[in-house]
Design a protein around this ligand. Structure first.
Ligand code: SAM
Length: 219
């Protein structure tokens, strides 16, 4: 099945709210746990979260790693508003900064010590721009963890995944999940992106039937 792009930013306030209200505890805590399992030596420093959405991952991350601070970047004003509310409610404004910018044009005065990104890449029309920017934003040798959906082989297979994992979710969330699966990359495509940018030292894993994860030190 060919990739079918979905809109880059989650700009619709209703869509952003549906996403923020959904229960991603297992997925998001799993992402933070995976980061800690991959990089047990990282206990302090400045960590970037690209496409941070409503900031559930940054909040879980700084709670798990009290020596770290996070900058979350998201291009959607609706999503950043929800992220700001969540960070304020969690009492973490001193450890989580939020920036409403597209990742492709985002810059930092000094490179970060590590970076993470969950479920962003499938939104981006040109994935090479994402990997290129990621490389520029962190110090050489930094740990990165990037995870996203795997594109199924057919629309029917995508619908079967939605039915299996999101049957109890709202119609908006089910629609977005379906569209995201169609916009996602295959493992081979991600490997080709890494090879093209000379990032093949990063390792790809496919931990389940609907995700890929890329991790390692970025040089
Ligand atoms: C599916 S959500 C994932 C949010 C969060 N990472 C999580 O796992 O809960 C994807 C987010 O990426 C944002 N996004 C998409 N393309 C972007 C870009 N080019 N630059 C910045 N943010 C982007 C969207 O607005 C949305 O909030």
């Amino acid at each position: 099945m060919v990739r079918i792009l979905e809109p880059e930013l989650m700009n619709d306030p209703e869509q952003a709210l549906a996403y923020a209200k959904a229960d991603f505890e297992e997925e998001n805590q799993g992402f933070v746990n995976r980061f800690r399992a991959y990089y047990p030596d990282l206990t302090e420093g400045h960590v970037l979260d690209l496409g941070c959405g409503p900031a559930d991952i940054p909040i879980r991350f700084v709670r798990a790693l009290p020596g770290c601070r996070v900058t979350g970047v998201d291009g959607s004003p609706a999503m950043i508003r929800l992220a700001e509310e969540a960070v304020r409610a969690a009492g973490l404004t001193d450890r989580i900064s939020l920036r409403c910018e597209r990742v492709q044009t985002f810059t930092l005065p000094e490179p970060a010590d590590a970076a993470m990104s969950n479920s962003l890449l499938h939104h981006v029309a040109n994935p090479l721009q994402f990997w290129f920017t990621l490389k520029k934003l962190v110090r050489p040798g930094s740990f990165v963890l990037v995870m996203d959906l795997l594109r199924p082989e057919s629309p029917e297979a995508a619908q079967a995944i939605v039915d299996q994992y999101a049957a109890g979710e709202t119609a908006i969330l089910q629609r977005d999940f379906y569209n995201s699966l169609l916009a996602a990359f295959t493992e081979d495509e991600v490997a080709a992106q890494l090879a093209e940018l000379n990032l093949s030292r990063l390792l790809i894993d496919v931990p389940d039937d609907r995700h890929w994860v890329v991790g390692g030190r970025l040089y």
